[in-house]
Ligand binder design. Structure first.
Ligand SMILES: Cc1cc2nc3c(=O)[nH]c(=O)nc-3n(C[C@H](O)[C@H](O)[C@H](O)COP(=O)(O)O)c2cc1C
Length: 332
């Protein structure tokens, strides 16, 4: 059996983590993944300035339910003082288990504010931010980062050791540079070296699409946990299958197209507790695109589903698909 991941005083099993994916891993999807066995989930990145100045508009990104615990709220910003103050507000208002600091987002709107991956070009500032946050809150502080800004500025061991000395309790490494696109494979050798350098847990991330990939990353790099992003979208079962693999050495879970479509319908119903049907019909489309990727003959349904104008129509298309597949017996 694989061992648990320990971050500060928090025990996490299985050591498999749902990545923060802005626009996807909201409270509803986090709960679905948690029920499927994710050991730890992250909120998407939350603006420290938003927390300080525009709390009502920003708070929805930091909110979560007890069902999601243990949970890390991820914050981003460029000023040590603001980040520390924002972390303190998040801690007092929401009491998450972990505060995570984003040092890796390459999105233009984040980078131009001097936050996210742009801090990989100013490691002194990055370290000040991390130390200020770690000093301010009494819960574990973690960092999610990348290999560097680009291939000419790969981060050296010293920086990671300094993060550990500043009180960081775990590091997630998305092992690409900020300039690298997703098609290039993540560099697992970097994760392996980081694991050999640090005493705190290292969570590996990148190029993990299946339970077998999780096992391979753990074996190859020796890392303490694995974070899954795109591989978990429309496929929350990846956590259930990985947990089974950890516990028994094999996975028995075969997911039929009907189960996949039913999960998508559940996802819609959960959104209806928060939003009106019109909005749900908009926000569910990107999830539908992910769910149906895993269904045979997906292209037959994609166009109609992604173009349906009302939630009623979307639900009736999904129900129709379950009926069609019920007559066949697929598993995938
Ligand atoms: C649409 C999208 C949004 C993302 N949003 C965040 C985010 O809010 N915070 C963060 O740290 N990483 C974010 N990431 C990066 C993922 O957490 C993860 O590091 C990356 O997708 C690599 O893992 P994967 O290969 O398993 O997908 C995002 C990635 C994508 C594709």
């Amino acid at each position: 059996m694989r061992k648990e991941l320990t971050i500060g005083n928090i025990k996490i099993f299985p050591a498999v983590v749902l990545a923060p994916i802005a626009g996807y891993t909201d409270s509803v999807y986090r709960r679905i993944c948690k029920r499927m066995g994710a050991g730890l989930v992250f909120t998407e990145l939350v603006s420290a300035d938003g927390i300080l100045h525009n709390f009502d508009a920003t708070r929805k990104y930091a909110e979560f339910t007890d069902e999601e615990r243990p949970i890390a709220v991820q914050i981003f910003g460029s000023s040590p003082a603001s980040m520390a103050e924002a972390a303190s507000i998040v801690y007092r208002k929401f009491k998450p288990d972990i505060i995570d600091i984003n040092l890796g987002c390459p999105a233009k709107k984040i980078v131009k504010k001097g936050a996210g991956a742009s801090l990989l070009k100013d490691l002194d500032r990055a370290l000040k931010i991390v130390s200020s946050v770690a000093e301010k809150v009494p819960i574990p502080v973690t960092v999610k980062t990348r290999k560097g800004w680009d291939n000419n500025t790969i981060i050296g061991k010293d920086f990671f050791i300094a993060l550990e000395e500043a009180g960081v309790k775990a590091i997630t490494i998305h092992s690409r540079t900020a300039k690298e696109g997703f098609p290039s494979p993540a560099d697992w050798d970097f994760i392996k070296e980081l694991k050999q350098t640090l005493n705190i847990p290292v969570i590996g991330n990148g190029s993990v699409k299946s339970p077998t990939d999780v096992e391979r990353m753990l074996e190859y790099t020796g890392c303490d946990g694995v974070m899954i992003g795109r591989g978990a979208l429309g496929n929350p079962w990846i956590f259930k299958q990985t947990k089974e693999l950890f516990l028994t050495g094999k996975t028995e879970t075969d997911i039929t197209p009907v189960e996949r479509v039913k999960m998508c319908i559940e996802h819609i119903k959960a959104y209806l507790h928060y939003h009106n049907p019109e909005l749900v019909n908009k926000i569910i489309k990107k999830h539908i695109a992910c769910y149906i990727k895993h269904i045979p003959e997906a292209s037959k349904h994609r166009h109609a589903l992604l173009n349906s104008r009302t939630l009623e129509q979307t639900l009736s298309l999904l129900t129709e698909i379950t009926k069609n597949y019920n007559e066949l017996s697929y598993s995938c």
